[in-house]
Design a protein around this ligand. Structure first.
Ligand code: 5AD
Ligand code: SF4
Length: 405
C-alpha cells in the first residue's frame, strides 16, 4: 500500500479511539514500508488536543488537515510526497464554500448533496459546531445545478444533507427557505425521489409540512432527533423545545402526512439524567411510535458545556440504555408490521444473494420503500436503480420479503 488516508468523525469518543487503534497497527506496517504515506483528515483534526496527541505519540503520520481545506487535498498530497516530516494544515474556520469539487459516487443511481455546512445550534453535548464552524448555506442555483448534473448522469434519488436543513437559506443574500428549495428540486425532470436530513424540531415549519404533503417526489420519511423526552434535560441540552412541543409536532406531521415514517436520535446518560427522565423519553417513544431510532450513550466531548456537568454513573446508563432499546425495537417492529399485504414502490439498490437452485431460480434484490424500509424480492441486477411495484408479503421485523407485481 502506498497511501492511507483516514477521514475521521469526532461526534462520539469511540470513533476517536478507533482511529488511535488503527494508527497503532499502522506504525509497525510503516516501519516495514518506509515509502508509505499516512494522512488524517476530518472533524477530529479540528480539535487542538488531538493534534497535540498526534504530534507527541504518532509522529510517523505524514499529513494532517481539517474540514475547511479539504479542497486542497491534491496539493497537500503532493506536498507530503515532496517533503519530510509531519505536515499539518488546519484552518480554524471559513466563511467560504468551494463549489464543483469532483466526487466519486458509491451508487450510480443515488447521491447525497450537501446543501449547507456547519451548525449554529450549540447543543450542550455536541462538538459539531466547534469542529465544523458556523452554518453556511450553498446558493440554491449551485445545488440545483449539481442535482441536474447528477440526474443527467443517471441519479434518480437525492439526499439533501445538512446539520439542520430546516434553517437552510439563513444568511444568503436572497430570501429562500428549505421548503422553497424543495419546491425547486421537485421540478427537476428525471429525478424520482428526494430525501433529506437532519431536521431540527425547533425549526420545522408548517411550510415544509405543506410541501411534503403535496409532493410527488419527497419520500415519506422524516428524521426528527428527539435526544431526550424530558423537558428538564432538553433545557440543559439547549435544544430549545419542550417534550410537549416535540410530541405535538410529531403528531401534526403524522396527521398531515399519512404513512410517513418518523425516525429519531436519542442520547442516554446526558449529565444529570435520572431514571425518571429516561422514563419520560421512553414514554415519548411509545407516543410518537418511531419507525426507527438511533440510540447513543452520552459521550463526553472536551470543550462542550456538558463536559463540565455532573456525569451519570455508568451502571445507570447501561441499565437505562437496554430498557430504552427494547422499547425502540418493539415499536419499530410494530410500525413495520402495518404495511403487511400492501403494494408499494421500491427503488432497487443491489443484488442480495446469487441463488440458482431448482426451487428458486432467480436471485434476490433489495430495495427501499419511500419510508426507508427495505424489501427483498426475487430479481436480478438489471433492476438496480429502477422503481418497481412490489407486494409486501412478509414482515421480518426490520425488512419485508415480497414479490414484484
Ligand atoms: N454523545 C452521544 N451522542 C451524541 N450525538 C451528538 N453528540 C453526542 C454526544 N456527545 C448524537 C446526537 C445526534 C447524533 C448525530 O449524534 O443524537 O443527533
Ligand atoms: Fe450538534 Fe445540535 Fe448542531 Fe445537531 S443541531 S450538529 S446535535 S449542535
Amino acid at each position: 500500500m502506498d497511501f492511507i488516508i483516514f477521514n475521521t468523525c469526532t461526534v462520539r469518543d469511540n470513533a476517536n479511539q478507533r482511529v488511535y487503534g488503527r494508527l497503532g497497527e499502522l506504525n509497525g506496517y510503516k516501519k516495514r514500508n518506509p515509502g508509505m504515506k499516512v494522512a488524517l483528515c476530518g472533524c477530529m483534526m479540528q480539535e487542538p488536543a488531538v493534534i497535540e496527541k498526534l504530534k507527541k505519540s504518532y509522529s510517523f503520520v505524514d499529513l494532517i488537515f481539517g474540514t475547511h481545506n479539504i479542497f486542497k487535498l491534491a496539493e497537500l498530497i503532493w506536498t507530503a510526497y515532496e517533503s519530510e516530516g509531519m505536515i499539518i494544515d488546519i484552518w480554524e474556520g471559513t466563511d467560504k464554500i468551494v463549489e464543483n469539487l469532483p466526487a466519486e459516487r458509491k451508487y450510480p443511481f443515488k447521491s447525497g448533496i450537501n446543501i449547507m455546512f456547519g451548525c449554529n445550534n450549540f447543543c450542550s453535548y455536541c462538538i459539531v459546531p466547534y469542529v465544523r464552524g458556523r452554518e453556511r448555506s450553498r446558493e440554491p442555483e449551485e445545488i440545483l445545478r449539481e442535482i441536474k448534473r447528477l440526474v443527467a448522469d443517471g441519479v434518480v434519488e437525492v439526499m439533501l444533507l445538512g446539520q439542520n436543513v430546516n434553517s437552510y437559506g439563513r444568511g444568503l443574500g436572497q430570501s429562500v427557505t428549505f421548503a422553497g428549495l424543495l419546491r425547486e428540486v421537485e421540478k427537476i425532470e428525471g429525478l424520482k425521489r428526494i430525501r433529506f436530513m437532519t431536521s431540527h424540531p425547533k425549526d420545522l415549519s408548517d411550510e415544509l409540512i405543506e410541501v411534503m404533503k403535496h409532493s410527488q417526489k419527497i419520500c415519506r420519511h422524516l428524521h426528527l432527533p428527539l435526544q431526550s423526552g424530558s423537558t428538564r434535560i432538553l433545557e440543559k441540552m439547549n435544544r430549545r423545545y419542550t417534550r410537549e412541543q416535540y410530541v405535538a409536532l410529531a403528531q401534526k406531521i403524522r396527521r398531515e402526512i399519512p404513512d410517513i415514517a418518523i425516525t429519531t436520535d436519542i442520547i442516554v446518560g446526558f449529565p444529570g439524567e435520572t431514571p425518571e427522565d429516561l422514563e419520560e423519553t421512553i414514554d415519548v417513544v411509545r407516543t410518537v411510535k418511531y419507525d426507527n431510532a438511533f440510540t447513543f450513550i452520552y459521550s463526553k466531548r472536551t470543550g462542550t458545556p456538558a463536559a463540565s456537568m455532573e456525569q451519570v454513573p455508568e451502571a445507570q446508563i447501561r441499565e437505562g440504555f437496554d430498557r430504552l432499546l427494547k422499547v425502540v425495537q418493539d415499536t419499530a417492529r410494530e410500525q413495520a408490521m402495518q404495511y403487511q399485504g400492501r403494494r408499494m414502490e421500491i427503488l432497487v439498490e443491489e443484488v442480495m444473494e446469487e441463488k440458482h437452485s431448482m426451487e428458486c431460480p432467480s436471485s434476490i434484490v433489495t430495495g427501499r420503500l419511500s419510508n426507508n424500509l427495505l424489501v427483498h424480492v426475487p430479481g436480478d441486477a438489471s433492476m438496480i436503480g429502477k422503481l418497481v411495484e412490489v407486494s409486501l408479503d412478509e414482515c421480518h421485523g426490520f425488512y419485508y420479503t415480497g414479490h414484484c407485481v
